[in-house]
Write a protein that binds this ligand. Sequence first.
Ligand code: ADP
Length: 535
Amino acid sequence: MTPMNTPLAQSAHDSEEAKSLEDSSLPIRSRKRKSGAIGLGRAIGSYGFALLSIAIALSSTLLLQRFFPYPFLFFAAVMASAWFGGMAPGLFAVVISTIAVDYFFIPPFHSLAVNATDGSYFAAFVASALVASWVSSSRRETEEALKDARDQLEARVAQRTAELQKSNEGLQERERQLRLLTEVIPQQIWSAAPNGFVDYCNQRLLDYVGRSIAEMQGARFMETIHSEDLENFRESWHRALSTGKQLEGQWRVRGADGHYRTFFTRAVALEGVGGETVRWYATNTDIEEREKAERALLQTQAEVAHLSQALTIGELTASIAHEVDQPLTAIVTYGDACLEWLSANPPNVEEARQAAKRVVQDGTRAGTILNRIRALFKKESPAKQLFDINDLIRDLAVFVREQALRQGIAMRMELPSGLPKVRADRVQLEQVVLNLVMNAMDAMRDQTSAPKEVVISSRRESQTNILIIVEDSGPGLNPEIAEKIFSPFFTTKPQGTGMGLSISRSIVESHGGRLWSVPRPSGGGIFQFTIPISS
Ligand code: ADP
């Protein structure tokens, strides 16, 4: 790098340039005044020139006197002296010419005296010489003033041009840096005219969509937005354009590879001094990963809830098998009996009818059980429906009765008739009651001493709620863990998931109810929940 290229040298260079510019803008007159030595030289030159002109005029007139006796050449010498030297050398030339003309050409010759007859001629010459000198010098002055003015104007124009060029360079540099900034920041940037015509996209955005700027301008910008999100984008954009308020929203944008990613867009209006929109500037932020994480979280939550449900149901498989096996055995037994009654001689039709009736009853029961199982395993959430909560409890009791019997647990239900119906998701409430009953039975699994009982009851708690209570005669809840049991993944069982109570509580609360536990006064635990009556 040469010294002139360093910023310091550059600034020195700049200031010299500025100084020379300043000098060039000085009026020519003041520049003349500055140089005294030049002035003296010029004066000697002017007077010398005047003398020389007169000498040439004199010698020429003397030479040509025989053919042309008038001393007109002296006027030319006076005018030339005044032109080149100005007023003083002009007057000087007039004086010398007057002396020369008087001496050589006005009688008496070779004398400075003037004959009375030639007085007017002499006076006319002097007056004409004076006029010639004056006209010539003032014309010269006017011309010089004009030249001065022109020079000054030119200097000013040159100075302004240099200034403009400098500020133009500064502007270009700033614009270059701004553009560079939009290209290096890790954001997709676009901007649009006040009417919404997109006319700029930074390279990052163009690279993502794999298009040129021409393919992204105006309405073509919309081609990259997912068809399902397009209406939303259009509406939001038009709203922003008509109100001047910022645009915010998220939509899927197609990348160069043909895949869509979700972007969050924010566009703001740049306002002019009068408050009018001058331009729109916008950024697109890639939120695909965040969206994916959120979707994955929701999916996991759903899976966990379903897993927990499936696990609880899994534990009931044996009992379900027994429940289904029992009506099937009964159907076969009563079917056989029916055949026997019919093949007797004479056939006992009445007994056969009774046996066939039991076949139908047990068949219906088996069907109900299977329907319950299917409902419990259904993944999609069924719509809320109106039903009697006591019916739900009775249906569930069918599932757990066998298991309770095997564990030596007495199962009791206290279900008053005439309870108002509830409007709820039946499958979810079955899940809640099942969890509570299974937990109650689990609590007494290792209990050897009697009594071992589970009581399921329901009653109207208030004008608005029904209370469902599941009691057991197990060890009850240790106060230390009483609050923790509703937390997800808290379990004291080797095979437990710790999700049952947590999910149950969220199901109940989503129905506008409450689930909690209290110690049973006679020993054991009470788990109960409210559910609003359908209005
Ligand atoms: P888990 O699947 O482990 O049983 P839950 O959320 O259903 O998960 O229950 C959490 C814990 O609450 C159980 O591990 C148990 O310690 C306690 N618990 C639940 N119900 C009872 C009950 N009726 N009696 C005593 N403890 C209970």
